[in-house]
Design a protein around this ligand. Structure first.
Ligand SMILES: N=C(N)NCCCC(=O)O
Ligand SMILES: [Zn+2]
Ligand SMILES: [Zn+2]
Length: 324
């Protein structure tokens, strides 16, 4: 059989030909999963927020992030990559999640992510509240074993339960640690700040294997310096990147459910993300975007651009070692 010529990825709709404010709001105006023969990377919406402890609305996050992603362009100069040309990126639509049964919703996310991974597609999940990271980690660790988690968040999300419930947006990383999904020598939280329930929260969190880089550390030492330490912590195996948009200061991301003052600027978050270039990233998410508290798409734009950086990092990771 003659070798098939390699097909170039189908990219976004060209904004210089078709106005970017019209047409279907797939992420970055990319093709849908059913429009390509094979996808290397899929953006997957998870409209679910039954795990929240305060303001609701993250169920509307995926649609809002897509709408806010219309202005993204195909070349990322900061990382020197064309993320949609070097790999086939698609929008895989939304997972159907039962809003009245958290356990069932968690199973649905696991199945949807597993199905994509089985086809050789990496997944960047658009939440949804932070509950949804647990099933993604379950699906990934079935393939990769225990993985490092880099968790950007104001909150630890390693609390025990809320109202006796194990699956909530404040507990995913405790469940993940208990289930042995995490490489406890290589996990980190970045951007932690704000009041806790008890001094023991930090002690219990450290026991799960997380190193904490606080929002104050970034203010004191600068994002570039902290990013070096984070990188050193993660190196040596598969890494999952979870971005709770409330890692940003409410001035940079007002549209979220549990806002905490004194957070990162969007510029600092970009520096931290770009510092990950070259790591073995196996999946990522952007969660906790709650559009009804957003203004002027501030949070939507931040989330869309974070997802764009994550897809860019996946493109770099897919390059042959010699050209990274
Ligand atoms: N994952 C997010 N965004 N928040 C967790 C906060 C849990 C609490 O109410 O203490
Ligand atoms: Zn948070
Ligand atoms: Zn969180």
């Amino acid at each position: 059989m003659p070798k098939q010529p390699e097909r170039a990825p189908i990219g976004p709709v060209d904004a210089s030909v078709v106005p970017r404010y019209g047409g279907e709001a797939t992420f970055a105006r990319l093709p849908r999963l059913d429009q390509v023969p094979h996808a290397d990377v899929a953006l997957l919406g998870v409209p679910f927020d039954s795990g929240v402890s305060y303001r609701p609305g993250a169920r509307f996050g995926p649609g809002h992030i897509r709408q806010s992603s219309r202005l993204l362009r195909p070349f990322n100069p900061a990382l020197g990559v064309e993320p949609f040309a070097e790999q086939q990126v698609v929008d895989a639509g939304d997972v159907v999640c039962n809003p009245f049964d958290i356990g069932a919703a968690v199973e649905s996310v696991d199945s949807a992510v597993s199905e994509l991974l089985d086809r050789g597609t990496k997944v960047v999940t658009l939440g949804g509240d932070h509950t949804i990271t647990l099933p993604v980690l379950r699906a990934l660790s079935r393939r990769h074993g225990a993985i490092a988690v880099l968790h950007f968040d104001a909150h630890l999300d390693t609390w025990e339960t809320y109202f006796g419930e194990p699956y909530t947006h404040g507990t995913p990383f405790r469940r993940a640690a208990e289930e042995g999904l995490l490489d406890e020598t290589r996990c980190a939280h970045v951007g932690i700040r704000g009041p806790l329930y008890s001094p023991l929260d930090l002690v219990r969190d450290a026991k799960l294997g997380f190193r904490v880089f606080t929002s104050d550390d970034i203010e004191a030492r600068g994002a570039a310096a902290v990013s070096q330490d984070v990188r050193a912590r993660l190196d040596g195996g598969p890494v999952y990147v979870s971005v709770d948009i409330d890692v940003l200061d409410p001035a940079h991301a007002p549209g979220t459910g549990t806002p905490e003052i004194g957070g990162l600027s969007s510029r600092e978050l970009l520096v931290m993300l770009r510092g990950l270039a070259g790591l073995e990233i196996v999946g990522a998410d952007v969660v906790e975007v709650s559009p009804s508290y957003d203004h002027a798409e501030i949070t939507g734009l931040a989330a869309a651009n974070v997802a764009y950086e994550l897809v860019s990092l996946l493109a770099l990771g897919a390059r042959p070692l010699s050209s990274r």
